[in-house]
Design a binder for this molecule. Structure first.
Ligand code: FMN
Length: 193
């Protein structure tokens, strides 16, 4: 049974990106996936200090809620990030979690040559993002961040779902086709690969 982690990036409970990820995870669950939800807004995760502490051990020295998250990231077959676009990027809540993924990059690098080498290779990462405006490059920044986060985890970035022109709280409910698309997407990501 594939393990699917959904990471919620919005500070808004039941906001647009929450509802889209809820739909996707429902689809994944109905397909038999083992689903875990992580809400970045509920965690106390400080930014990466850039202290290089993880360079020696592959473990982050900062003792906060991120310590409970690493093993989920380690075990995931599929990770779906979901976030509104804030200033053409991801929210600071999810970005803090992403930056702390640096320890996993070092962990992989340090394990090269050991039997742990391939751990997590083959895992797939996706992004669901929603923004209020319609700019052509609206999702570029968020996608680059997602791509290199998944790279740090030894997973491939496989793209995702992107919705423009959705702003107010729960506005995505006026777009049932978007929620349906997210549901279908959730089903699909656990059946491929
Ligand atoms: C601090 C802040 C920055 C934002 N920056 C952008 C932006 O750069 N581009 C955009 O299209 N929408 C921007 N938005 C709008 C949100 O992306 C939009 O309202 C989205 O639907 C919120 O999703 P949520 O309900 O999941 O939080 C911003 C909203 C906030 C609060």
């Amino acid at each position: 049974m594939v393990k699917v982690i959904g990471i919620y990036g919005s500070p808004r409970k039941k906001g647009n990106s929450d509802l889209l990820l809820d739909s996707a995870l429902r689809g994944a669950q109905e397909q038999g996936a083992d689903v875990k939800k992580i809400y970045a807004r509920d965690l106390k995760i400080s930014g990466c200090r850039g202290c290089d502490g993880c360079e020696k051990s592959g473990k982050c020295v900062v003792q906060d809620d991120m310590q409970d998250i690493y093993h989920f990231l380690d075990d995931a077959g599929v990770i779906i990030l979901s976030s509104p676009i804030f200033f053409y990027g991801l929210t600071s809540q999810i970005k803090a979690l992403i930056d702390r993924g640096q320890a996993m990059w070092w962990k992989r690098k340090l394990s090269r040559g050991s039997k742990d080498k391939k751990k997590n290779y083959g895992g797939r990462g996706y992004l669901i993002a929603v923004g209020a405006t319609r700019g052509q490059n609206l999702f570029e920044g968020a996608q680059l961040t997602a791509r290199y986060f998944f790279d740090a985890l030894g997973m491939s970035y496989e793209g995702g779902l992107f919705f423009r022109g959705i702003e107010s709280m729960g506005a995505v409910k006026e777009h049932p086709e978007a929620l349906q698309e997210a549901y279908d997407f959730g089903k699909e990501v656990v059946t491929i690969g």
